[in-house]
Design a binder for this molecule. Sequence first.
Ligand SMILES: [Zn+2]
Length: 163
Amino acid sequence: MASYRCKYSLGNERYVQVNEWKGELRVDLREWQGDKPTKKGISLTLMRWKNVVDAMEFVDQSLGNKQVYNAHLGGNVYMSIKAGCVCVDIRQNWKPKDDVVPTKKCLCLRPAEYVKLKELIPDIGKNLPELDSVVPCYLQSDHMNQMGALQCSECNPNDFMNW
Ligand SMILES: [Zn+2]
């Protein structure tokens, strides 16, 4: 059974919470129905969550300029703004064969929900001191040459075994 350290409302029965399960910490963004979590949502490793936080200034710029945006959070998980859309979509894709397709593991944050999430970053951080020691893999020494990134399941999720 997973336990959680904190749970904050984003509005519209959507919550962000820090989960601890089998010793692993995750940041979960999810829609709930009453006291029950639904399948609509996504659970992020700390590295991917750190990439969300780090990308927010670029998300803000893109929203302000009404530009499309796509950030690779690691593995097949992306945070994006689509053309003509004011929502921030955090989504897991999947590669069944040749094409990479979106899955239902996602949460498309409406503008007010995204703003709320951004405001909650310091509170989430207080419950997640471990985040300070998380270094995104692309900054780690084995990624200093291109081969390191090509062989990394976070950076190159669909082809990392082919190198
Ligand atoms: Zn990597």
